[in-house]
Design a binder for this molecule. Structure first.
Ligand code: NDP
Length: 329
């Protein structure tokens, strides 16, 4: 395993990490969660991602039970939670001081830990003043309940506003953002945040590196019966895959498969390594509903050395982007 600094922070996070969205509870029970987390940890993964909204808290309960059983020393792993969707009532949602504090306490209890290493604002909240959110995160850190705070799917302007407020009042600024990043979704990481890496030292913990499985290539023969698209509540994903845009992505995955064959890696691993090849990515959060998927994905960094300029250009061509012309001197 390779370890990267989470942005400008001193925290060293494994380049591959492991998350529980969709999978924990719906596809992965406590005993499989424990086995998968052990497999990941033994392979050097030190970061486990979660959120209050995942399976309405049950995902954190499962991870907490697994962590208890695994009994790893607390100084050897990083665990996160995210707050935004805690329930239906107005006090249970958003980024108010009230909800962030309640969400943090509830996550600590479900995960059975004394502090969260990373605590994310899961989405921006226009109905809460940014100063209230920044002050609350700062307070949770000073109370020893959180080590680093960050955002998820905020735009660069919102992140800069939080950073500016923190600097203005001597508070702790956000250290990281959790954006979607994969071959099909690149705008925020490659364009919008471009200046934030050097200007504020933003780290990124990127999600859906396989675009929910599209970049495994397995959808070329239809939607397999055991795929997440058939789970209750994920009909939107099925509709997305069946849309014209989804079908075009499935076609492109077929083309990408040929490049993966040429370099001797699975499309899954080429796609994961492609994410890790971006130096502004601090960690690629893996998702897996089966042990076999996890063990395959944990080999992804083996594909990094073969992602040469030539291979990267071929990928760009399939994705429909013309490679940049060589510089003219
Ligand atoms: P991916 O895009 O990598 O999708 C993972 C899914 O793809 C698996 O659950 C499985 O689905 C399929 N898959 C994975 N590996 C293989 C394989 N080797 N062969 C075949 N199929 C495979 O990531 P996720 O969308 O799961 O996101 C990863 C993590 O990111 C989440 O767990 C969560 O922690 C975080 N996240 C954060 C969000 C945010 O808003 N901050 C939003 C979403 C995720 P199947 O069961 O269908 O086979």
């Amino acid at each position: 395993m390779e370890y990267r600094r989470l942005g400008r922070s001193g925290l060293k996070v494994s380049t591959l990490s492991f998350g529980s969205w969709v999978t924990f509870k719906a596809q992965v029970d406590v005993s499989l969660a424990e086995e998968m987390m052990k497999t990941a940890y033994d392979a050097g993964v030190n970061f486990f991602d979660n959120a209050e909204v995942y399976a309405d808290g049950a995902s954190e309960e499962i991870m907490g039970t697994a962590l208890k059983k695994l009994a790893w020393s607390r100084d050897t792993y990083i665990v996160s939670s995210k707050a935004f969707w805690g329930g239906q009532l107005p006090t249970q949602r958003g980024l108010s001081r009230k909800h962030l504090t309640d969400a943090c306490h509830a996550a600590l209890k479900r995960l059975q830990v004394e502090y969260l290493d990373l605590f994310f604002c899961h989405r921006p909240d226009e109905s809460t003043p940014i100063e209230e959110t920044v002050r609350t995160m700062n307070d949770l850190i000073h109370q020893g309940k959180v080590l680093y705070w960050g955002t998820s799917e905020w735009d660069s302007q919102q992140i800069m506003e939080a950073y500016g407020v923190a600097r203005q009042y001597g508070l702790i600024p956000p250290a990281m953002e959790q954006p979607e990043y994969n071959m099909f979704r690149r705008d925020k990481v490659e364009s919008d945040y471009r200046r934030l890496y050097s200007e504020i030292g933003l780290g990124t913990t990127i999600w859906s590196p396989l675009a929910s499985g599209l970049l495994t290539g397995k959808y070329s023969q239809g939607l397999p019966a055991d795929s997440r698209v058939h789970l209750p509540g994920y009909g939107w994903l099925k509709r997305m895959f069946e849309s014209a845009d989804g079908q075009e992505k499935i076609r492109k995955a077929g083309e990408l498969q040929k490049i993966a064959d040429e370099i001797g890696h699975s499309l899954t691993n080429m796609s994961l390594a492609w994410c890790a090849a971006n130096p502004n990515v601090s960690t690629v959060i893996l998702g897996a509903s089966k042990m076999s998927q996890l063990t395959e994905n944990l080999k992804a960094l083996d594909a990094l050395p073969v992602l040469t300029t030539e291979v990267m250009e071929k990928i760009e061509t399939v994705l429909g982007n013309k490679p940049a012309p060589p510089p003219q001197f």
